[in-house]
Design a protein around this ligand. Structure first.
Ligand SMILES: *Cc1c(COP(=O)(O)O)cnc(C)c1O
Length: 379
């Protein structure tokens, strides 16, 4: 048996965050437990109006997860078998999984080299007369090109933003993620920038009809209880999660600012150590909230193993693009169809960027990267 090194700098440390706000979180949980009102109710309504205000939208509907936010949003659009929905091949599985679960066809368009987000020209070419929705993903907390929304609008196709990684992010025109398209889908999976104590999600919109449909589908499609015009599901958010999220929402801007500061420190240290030919850091873009700080690196897998030996956590989001997933083989895509996504899958590496990370820890990570490349021939 080999004993690995102690992890000195994890990719994410949620215990540090909890330690800083323990009393508030515990009080929020206790409040719900004392009330014994676990399903919907005042905590959920309060969270919905606070997130709506935070994102600058008219309506917010709390749901059971980010995946269910995407699923219920597409259900509210009436997506059904035979429909096409265009999205990125380089995202978490759920983005395309929900399309397939509705019997619709995920249609992929390649990503941009620099942002890892869906490419506007590729999207335009992927839209057909069967396209019923576009689902761009604000990957890693960076918003997609505003042209995406113009292209979809010109084609008369609604946009559902996968903003699971982007709460608090703004696009190149200063618009909040989740407030640009018809609907925005958020995840409060614990590791997201705003994380619950379990699974939770939310749908945002400025469209009252869409909000009504999502709200009805969230409770089995019953507009009046026990009378069903449509088939929905149990997509409710727990009141306990809503109460915890309300505590954390008050800190979100501060945490996102800290992530931006950490990203800036990495960029500065990469330049100081002369690492710019070995690793490509994400550009400094206004509104990016760095859910992940993702570099491109030569010899990515070796670098990841080296960092692990140094006690530094890192991760690959995502190692296999969606068009290459076994479950989507029947879509008929081939290796080489989306070369930019395929190359990204081979080169990306997420480094620790969580808000509580110290300047010294960031320097330790960069030193380790420098040490790794010092022993290799220049590429
Ligand atoms: C996390 C995530 C989801 C799914 O959210 P869950 O809350 O885990 O269901 C969907 N899309 C993207 C891009 C994500 O990062």
């Amino acid at each position: 048996m080999t004993v690995g090194p102690a992890v000195k700098i994890p990719l994410l440390d949620l215990r540090e965050q909890y330690a800083a706000i323990r009393d508030e979180c515990d009080a929020a949980v206790r409040r719900v437990v004392e009330s014994q009102q676990f399903i919907l109710g005042p905590e959920v309504m309060a969270l919905e109006s606070e997130i709506a205000a935070f994102c600058g939208v008219r309506r917010a509907i709390g749901v059971s997860s980010g995946t269910d936010a995407l699923l219920v949003a597409l259900m509210a659009l009436g997506i059904r078998p035979g429909d096409e929905v265009v999205t990125s091949p380089f995202t978490f599985f759920a983005t395309a999984g929900v399309i397939a679960r509705l019997g619709a066809r995920p249609v992929f368009a390649d990503i941009e080299e620099h942002s890892f987000n869906i490419n506007a020209r590729g999207l335009e070419a992927a839209i057909t007369d069967r396209t019923r929705a576009v689902v761009p993903v604000h990957l890693y907390g960076r918003c997609v090109d505003p042209a995406i929304f113009e292209i979809a609008a010109a084609a008369g196709v609604p946009v559902i933003e996968d903003a699971a990684q982007a709460i608090g992010a703004r696009d190149a025109r200063g618009r909040a993620a989740g407030g640009i398209g018809l609907g925005g889908c958020f995840s409060f999976f614990p590791a997201k920038n705003l994380g619950a104590f379990g699974d939770a999600g939310l749908v945002t919109t400025n469209d009252d009809d869409f909000a009504e449909r999502v709200g009805i589908l969230r409770v089995h499609g019953g507009e009046r209880r026990y009378y069903h015009r449509s088939v929905g599901g149990n997509f409710r958010i727990d009141a306990i999660q809503a109460a915890v999220l309300r505590v954390k929402l008050a800190y979100l801007n501060e945490w996102n600012d800290a992530r931006r500061r950490n990203a800036a420190s990495y960029r500065r240290l990469f330049a100081e150590r002369g690492l710019e030919s070995q690793v490509v850091a994400p550009a400094d873009v206004d509104g990016h909230i760095y859910h992940q700080f993702v570099i491109r690196a030569r010899d990515r897998d070796d670098l990841k193993a080296y960092l692990a030996d140094c006690g530094i956590g890192s991760a690959v989001y995502y190692p296999l693009p969606l068009h290459q997933q076994e479950c989507f083989a029947d879509l008929g895509y081939r290796l080489g169809d989306f070369p930019v996504a395929e190359r990204a899958a081979a080169e990306v590496l997420a480094l620790p960027v969580y808000p509580e990370l110290t300047e010294t820890q960031i320097a330790t990570v960069v030193d380790a990267i420098a040490a790794f490349f010092a022993g290799r021939p220049p590429g």
